[in-house]
Design a protein around this ligand. Structure first.
Ligand code: NAD
Length: 467
């Protein structure tokens, strides 16, 4: 007789483990099925956390390189790649242990194995030895995440052709790297390896880097990359990637249609991610797929009663850890029979931890105009912000897109120092339906980077003080 749980969750990434903890907090008997021998999924082991650890190390190295600017003599420093890898692993291990602790605290059980839907209220779990057992659960939450896409005909290896997975374990800092795709993954790794001394070339097929962002943000990033000497080719079409004795040759056509050839030690493929929904047993259920992603309603229920989906596998939901976490809370709360507010996907913060950092929430200026808003924009450059001057940063800005009638904040877009931390205020302002005048009327501490938000709000009326 199979054991019965209130909730079985397949996948322990940020969506799955947060859903599990919330389910435990709500008194539900909860089990998590995880194929790996550790908890945390892509975000913790090969995504957000290790990359941000590397980005921080690169930032520290930058401070050393520019120390003279701050009046500090710094000689004889160098990068110790092995120690950097150890730092990254230490952070990851600490956080993975933290999830185990939280599971125990909230009486969440977990089993290692590949989970599949076996029928209504049943999950089959196949362990590493190939043995299968079944778990019965009143509710099942699918949180199986996504995998990096590959270009047709290419296969990742551990040295030359890389995805976000292999690149984290390179034995040494490569001399050169071609990055295919200038989305979040592409520009973040460009920022890491460029600062560690790799010659980086980005190839993006669309007219701009970070193409989902407001166009002015993309243009500012491109300007900054050019200044830093990170090569970027937009409207680039990759024709052929060939492995060679020294690495790889990448052939592409540029915006002018002319063919070009790059010799490189490494190639990072960063062209998006695909959902892990194949082989999950979904075909025998009423779960509906849209191009491989699972259709859900506002409370994360699929079309199969008792089955929820959260995180990267959900259709029409951005592939972001923090979105998966909130979807996990929504699903677990609903499974506990409690009322819960559906997610407003227009209020999701987007953060790219490149150098300079990018963050945004809501509509871009173009999208706001296309929706018929009478748009008023306020912009404030970090070059006029006192804290940015102290930090030695002269680039970037905050841009607020508002509706003229009542000053409704439609979107906030930032590029510059620590803007991934600043975006929370904009998200909260939009959630509370604050106007640009509410934002401008809230006293912001001086000197802080947050003042740039206040000034951008004032800027909507052409009344920013410091420009
Ligand atoms: P992405 O979809 O964000 O960007 C992929 C980029 O590659 C796009 O700009 C696209 O136009 C380009 N592209 C696609 N095919 C190409 C080709 N053949 N040649 C050249 N360019 C090509 O995908 P990603 O950067 O791989 O990230 C995957 C997912 O993970 C995204 O949803 C992203 O939001 C998420 N992610 C988020 C963060 C973050 O929030 N900081 C970090 C990493 C990844």
């Amino acid at each position: 007789m199979a054991e019965t749980y209130d909730v079985a969750i397949v996948g322990s990434g940020p969506g799955g483990y947060v859903a599990a903890i919330r389910a435990g907090q709500l008194g539900l008997k909860t089990v998590v099925v995880e194929k790996d021998n550790k908890l945390g999924g892509t975000c913790l082991h090969i995504g957000c956390i290790p990359t941000k650890a590397l980005l921080f190390d690169a930032e520290v190295y930058d401070y050393f390189k520019n120390a003279a600017e701050y009046g500090i003599e710094c000689k004889g420093f160098s990068v110790n790649w092995t120690a950097i890898q150890e730092h990254k692993s230490k952070v990851v291990t600490k956080l993975a242990k933290g999830i185990e602790f939280l599971f125990k605290k909230n009486k969440v059980e977990w089993v290692q194995g590949v989970g599949r839907l076996a029928g209504p209220g049943r999950v089959s779990v196949t362990d590493v030895k190939g043995q299968t057992r079944e778990i019965a659960a009143k509710n099942i939450i699918l949180a199986t995440g996504s995998e990096a896409k590959m270009l047709p005909g290419l296969e990742a290896d551990s040295r030359v052709i890389l995805t976000n997975r292999e690149i984290l374990n390179l034995p040494a800092i490569p001399k050169s790297m071609v990055i295919i795709g200038a989305g979040a993954v592409g520009v973040e790794f460009a920022s890491i390896f460029h600062r560690f001394g790799t010659e980086v070339t980005l190839l993006e097929m669309l007219p701009h880097a970070v193409p989902l962002e407001d166009e002015e943000i993309s243009v500012e990033l491109e300007k900054s990359f050019r200044k830093q000497r990170i090569a970027l080719h937009t409207e680039a079409r990759v024709v052929k990637v060939t492995k060679t004795a020294k690495g790889s040759t990448v052939e592409f056509t540029g915006a002018d249609g002319k063919g070009q050839k790059l010799e490189t030690e490494t190639v990072l493929v960063a062209v998006g991610r695909a959902p892990n929904t194949a082989g999950m047993g979904l075909e025998k259920t009423r779960v509906q797929l849209e191009r491989g992603f699972v259709r859900t309603n506002g409370t994360m229920q699929t079309d199969e009663p008792g089955v929820y989906a959260i995180g990267d596998i959900v259709a029409a939901s951005p592939l972001l850890a923090h979105v998966g976490q909130m979807e996990g809370i929504v699903a677990a709360t609903h499974a506990a029979g409690k009322s819960v507010e559906p997610i407003n996907y227009l209020q999701v913060p987007n953060c790219t931890y490149s150098e300079p950092e990018i963050s945004s929430v809501g509509l871009t200026e173009r999208a706001a105009r296309e929706k018929g808003h009478k748009v008023k924009v306020g912009k404030f450059p970090f070059s006029a912000n006192s804290k940015a001057a102290i930090l030695g940063v002269r680039e970037g800005f905050v841009k607020i897109v508002s509706d003229e009638k009542y000053g409704e904040i439609l979107g906030v877009h930032m590029i510059g120092p620590r803007v991934t931390e600043l975006i929370a205020e904009a998200v909260m302002a939009m959630r509370l339906e604050a106007t640009v005048d509410d934002l401008a009327g809230a006293i912001h501490a001086h000197p802080t980077l947050t003042e740039a938000l206040l000034e951008a709000a004032e800027g909507v009326h052409g009344m920013a003080i410091h420009i």
